[in-house]
Design a protein around this ligand. Structure first.
Ligand SMILES: Nc1ncnc2c1ncn2[C@@H]1O[C@H](COP(=O)(O)OP(=O)(O)OP(=O)(O)O)[C@@H](O)[C@H]1O
Ligand SMILES: [Mg+2]
Length: 202
């Protein structure tokens, strides 16, 4: 049954869904976005996993991704070690560099803000207790759809087994199901402006 929507997903399923989810995120009205971002950050920073994290990797939002600036500021003020990703087109590799202030970011290859590369090189993926993961869409069980580079799928396969990966996004980004492939990595938790979802429970 080639037309069965529940049959094995193809690459094209992901591609059309990316365009649709990107359009929906871009269509978000600015006052709503600001209110959602504020609520999401407040919920995120109230979690035990945030309070207990000593070292965390947090993306710097671009293209309408849920904002992380105030999460980063709260973490830095709390004395946590914070890093942000640098994405390299060559090999679709992501590396983590320390971020001491939101003022020290530079513009990266994809037009996203990035930390400056440290002379001592990137931090090891095993350094992180908590990894904040962006996405175009998620499911309750932690499936995730990114931009298609496989950057996070690769990176999440390198983190410590006891590290926690937390996807963040808006409520409309949580879908009933997503096309997935064997290399797709799930997130452990999902935080939206409506609350926290423990993905392993679903
Ligand atoms: N661990 C891995 N090692 C090598 N290649 C991988 C790995 N994980 C994913 N890939 C490759 O990355 C490509 C893109 O994967 P996918 O379409 O799931 O991207 P995505 O999850 O949307 O992107 P991103 O992780 O950058 O947000 C796939 O073609 C896949 O072969
Ligand atoms: Mg993937």
């Amino acid at each position: 049954m080639h037309d069965d929507p529940d049959s094995a997903p193809s690459f094209n399923d992901k591609r059309s869904l990316r365009a649709e989810m990107m359009a929906r995120r871009t269509a978000l009205a600015q006052p709503d976005r600001l209110a959602y971002d504020r609520r999401l950050a407040a919920i995120f920073c109230a979690q035990k996993f945030f309070r207990e994290a000593g070292t965390m990797l947090v993306y710097l939002a671009f293209r309408g991704e849920a904002a992380t600036d105030s999460i980063i500021e709260t973490a830095l003020l709390a004395g946590k070690r914070v890093a942000a990703p640098q994405a390299r087109r060559t090999g679709n590799i992501m590396q983590a560099f320390p971020l001491h202030s939101l003022l020290e970011v530079t513009m990266g290859e994809w037009g996203m803000r990035e930390p400056r590369a440290a002379a001592e090189g990137p931090m090891a993926p095993e350094a992180f207790d908590l990894i904040v993961v962006p996405g175009l869409a998620f499911t309750l069980r932690g499936d995730r759809l990114g931009y298609g580079g496989g950057y996070y799928d690769r990176y999440l396969s390198l983190i410590r087994p006891d590290a926690l990966s937390v996807g963040i996004g808006y409520e409309f980004q949580v879908l009933r199901r997503l096309p997935t492939e064997p290399f797709d990595r799930r997130v452990d938790r999902l935080v939206t402006p409506a609350g926290v979802i423990a993905c392993a429970d679903n």
